[in-house]
Write a new protein. Structure first.
Length: 290
């Protein structure tokens, strides 16, 4: 005898077995634990990256930080051997961070020898066809997990050689470029910039270059500095002389035989022409015009 519709509906609404509920609960708990572990690992990785980015430029360049990030990911994915090293393929790993193979290898050498964040070993082997190839191995150090403790044995010369003042030995120098009109002496444009980039997080670098003091200039160099100082005034005098010569050519024939008298502006420029003697610039007393 077949079951009635009422009994069939009762079986569909019947609660599941207790063992099935327990199994589903355990699976959900296991999934929750896995997600919490992944979330904690991601938070830790983000904190490590933030700390790495905060390392001063005198210790690591942005390129070296990117290389260390790629090497760290390779260490996390690889299976270290007994000595804690894994083999990497530099020509492939460098492409993951947009670097050339030479730059990537140079950064690995710096990180292992100068910073101590990695261990690096190379092993040269002979291939079946008789050629040689080099296998590259890297490993982590105790310092890798604490980028805030990174210190370079030889600090990077970030920004190039730093110039110093020959008088006070300060490295706070500013380059000033002025564009001046050669006719009237008016300043058309003026720009300035700092020569030595400021590094508040790092001490002053020792490998600096001092500018020569005036007494350091040799005798054969003094005419060069003297001509540079009087160059502007000399050019202005030439401009005035050319103007006087052009005006004389256009004068009437009755007075062309007379020598044109220099203008007051020309006399003022000649009287203010600097004289150079023994490497020093001497200015004559101002001339009063009636």
């Amino acid at each position: 005898m077949s079951d009635s519709p009422a009994s069939s509906q009762e079986r569909q609404l019947a609660p599941p077995e207790p063992s099935a509920l327990l199994t589903a609960y355990e699976q959900a708990q296991h999934r929750i634990v896995m997600l919490e572990e992944q979330n904690a690992a991601l938070r830790q990785e983000i904190r490590w990256i933030d700390t790495l980015l905060a390392v001063p430029a005198s210790v690591m360049s942005p390129s070296q930080k990117v290389t260390l990030r790629a090497a760290t990911r390779a260490l996390q994915r690889g299976s270290p051997k007994n000595n804690g090293l894994i083999q990497i393929e530099s020509w492939q790993l460098c492409k993951t961070v947009g670097q050339s193979k030479d730059r990537f290898l140079a950064n690995l050498t710096y990180l292992s020898e100068n910073v101590g964040a990695l261990r690096k070993q190379t092993h040269r082997v002979v291939t079946e066809d008789g050629n040689y190839t080099t296998n590259l191995y890297i490993g982590s150090t105790d310092l890798l997990s604490s980028p805030e403790q990174f210190q370079a044995k030889k600090r990077r010369n970030h920004g190039g050689e730093r110039l110093r003042c020959p008088h006070c030995q300060s490295d706070r120098l500013r380059k000033k470029v002025t564009i001046t009109c050669m006719c009237c002496g008016a300043v058309v444009d003026e720009k300035s910039r700092d020569l030595n980039p400021a590094e508040p997080d790092g001490p002053a670098l020792s490998d600096t270059t001092a500018l020569p003091t005036p007494q350091d200039v040799s005798a054969d160099q003094s005419p060069f500095f003297a001509s540079a100082e009087s160059n502007l005034t000399t050019e202005r005098i030439r401009e005035q002389e050319q103007q006087v010569a052009i005006a004389a050519q256009h004068e009437p024939s009755g007075i062309q035989g007379k020598e044109p008298e220099p203008s007051s502006t020309h006399l003022a420029l000649v009287s203010q022409t600097p004289l150079v003697q023994d490497g020093q610039t001497l200015l004559p007393a101002p001339v009063e015009h009636a």
